[in-house]
Every structure is written in C-alpha cells, then in structure tokens.
Ligand binder design. Structure first.
Ligand code: PXL
Length: 327
C-alpha cells in the first residue's frame, strides 16, 4: 500500500473517531462558524475603549469574547491603564492623539465597519477624538452600539465628572443601541438615582433615554422580580418594550457590564433578534458570575469568563440553529 493511501486511510479513521466523540451540541448542524467549503460573511466591528492591563474589563473582554463569537474586531485603545480605576492609583497613558490618525488611516484604506462599539472613554480629550473618528468612519450601514460606561451603584467612577456625563449624552444621541445601567441612565437623564424601581418607572426612564436620540435604549442590571435581573429595552420605532431576565447572583465583579455588552453585540452581529441577543447576554453573564463566585475570585480581578467561553459557544450555536430553523 502506498504511503499516500495509508495516510488517507488513517486520516479517514481519525476523522471518524473524532466525529464519533463530538458532543451533540458540536455536531455539524449546530455551529458558530462555517463548515469547510461554506461561505461566511464575517462582520467587522470597531471596539473603542481602554486597555486595562489587569482586572478584566473593556478591551480585554471585548476582544476575546467577540472574536470567539465569530466577529472580526478592530481594536482602538483609547488609553492604557495598569489596572481599571477600581484599583487605587493606576498608571495611565492617554492615547487620544492616536485616535484620529488611526481613523484617517483606515479611511484611506477604505475599511468599512458593520458596527462601532464604544465603552469606557475616560476623558474629554478622548471623547472629542472619538467623535471625530466616528465622523470619519461611520458609513450609512454602520450600527453604533454605545455603552456609556460612567458609574455604578449610584456613583460616578473615579476620574470622571459632570462634563464627561454631557459628552456621553452626545454619544448616546448618535447611537442605534445604548446599554446604560441604572446609574448611567439616571446621570444621562438628570434623574435622581434609587435602588427600587417599578416597571412603569423603568419604562418612563427608557422613554427619557430615547429622547436623547438612540433607536433602542436598553437598561441593564434591572430586576423585574425577586431573585432575577437583566434588561428592559425599548424600540422607539414600534414603541414596544422587551424584557430579558436571568438569575440574580449577589456579587459585584468589575467588568460584568462590559461582558454583558460584548456578548449582546456579538449576538446581534451574528444576526440574532434583539430579545434573543440580550437574553443570551443575561444568561451568560449570570452563569459567569456564578462560576466566578464559586471559584472565590476577588471582585477587583473581574469575572472568569475564560472558563465559560465554551458555554457561550453552545448558547450561540443553539441560537443560530433556532434562527436557521425558523427561516
Ligand atoms: O468596566 C468598566 C471600566 C472600563 N475601563 C476602566 C474602568 C472601568 C470601571 O471602573 O475603570 C479603566
């Protein structure tokens, strides 16, 4: 028997063994990436936020999560910090003078983005430069997904001030989708912050947010029944609301908002409808927080999403498969 034939036979046997061992959810009809020979039009997004070297958040979550969901990510780091600002005295290198030249470069190269995703920007200089970059790069079909990261639990994050809140309003005004938490929504709309809300009050807050301009404001971290948390969203065009709730895990890890936003954007980019995308983000974030609590990780280090990415794949596979069958 020739070497080539022998290799072929071994290859076929190995392939059979591999196929046999695949768990049900990884069988070819459920997949997040195409099979050999199939075409795939991958979405390209631009993620504009800082790199916090330690303490998983912003780019260090957006990049791995979106990449693993089958979305191409161009990163535009707005600053590099030794840690997020939940640690005392991080070392910070501002990169605001990179932002416009990088955008001009991509513009010269004719690069197009399916979505622009902004998160923590951290300073007025950065926010101004990012506005200009968006002006240069946003095409008619570019969706803008804004997470107006500013604070939590009723307080602004360290280093941010009132002026920054006004800049965030301008970003939200241009967005298709915004994903503020309750603290951010209150800051953006000049509403007094409180912990307890009725659903009618939350709907009113959503309408106020939509008055800033976004097509779809989605409030994150809202609880609509005991022991549950998730989102309440509003679609301005149809005047309809949607809720996605999951288990509430009582813990306050850094970066969970970034994880939530990245998963939701990834699912939207993969073509899932908004309610499914946000439900996936709520379920995956809850699962990841639960796993991180179990592991005993310190809150300042963020969540152990590396451990739960396989589950995210399974959720996305199931969502895509359902979608395919529904068509
Ligand atoms: O996770 C939000 C975030 C992002 N980037 C930096 C932060 C924070 C929250 O504190 O400090 C630098």
């Amino acid at each position: 028997m020739g070497l080539k034939v022998l290799l072929m036979q071994n290859f076929q046997t190995a392939a059979k063994v591999l196929a046999y061992r695949l768990p049900h959810s990884a069988k070819p009809h459920l997949r997040i990436l195409p099979q050999r020979g199939e075409g795939f039009s991958m979405k390209r997004i631009l993620s504009i936020q800082d790199i916090s070297c330690l303490g998983r958040c912003s780019q260090t979550i957006a990049l791995p999560v979106l990449s693993s969901m089958g979305v191409e990510v161009t990163v535009l780091p707005t600053a590099v910090l030794s840690t997020h600002t939940g640690f005392p005295n991080p070392s910070v290198r501002d990169l605001s003078d990179l932002i416009v030249p990088a955008a001009e470069h991509w513009q010269r190269e004719g690069v197009q983005f399916d979505a622009i995703y902004t998160g923590y920007l951290g300073s007025a200089e950065v926010a101004d430069a990012v506005q200009e970059a968006i002006r240069l790069l946003r095409g008619v079909d570019t969706r803008m997904f804004v997470d107006p990261v500013m604070g939590d639990h009723g307080r602004l994050y360290a280093r941010l001030d009132e002026d920054y809140v006004h800049l965030s309003e301008a970003f939200c005004g241009q967005a298709d989708v915004i994903v503020p938490n309750l603290t951010e929504a209150c800051l953006l709309t000049g509403t007094a912050y409180r912990e307890e809300w009725t659903e009618a009050e939350l709907r009113e807050l959503l309408r106020r947010l939509s008055g800033l301009g976004p097509e779809e404001p989605v409030l994150t971290g809202v609880s609509l029944s005991a022991g549950r948390t998730g989102v309440l969203g509003y679609r301005r065009s149809g005047g309809t609301y949607f809720a996605c709730q999951s288990q509430r895990i009582p813990a306050a890890f850094h970066g969970t908002g970034d994880l939530f936003a990245s998963v939701a954007l990834g699912a939207l980019m993969r073509g899932l409808p908004d309610k499914k995308a946000f439900q996936m983000a709520a379920d995956y974030t809850a699962l990841t927080i639960a796993r991180t609590v179990r592991d005993g990780t310190e809150e300042r280090f963020g969540v152990n999403f590396e451990e739960t990415l396989p589950e995210l794949h399974r959720m996305l596979e199931a969502g895509l498969n359902q979608q395919e069958n529904a068509v």
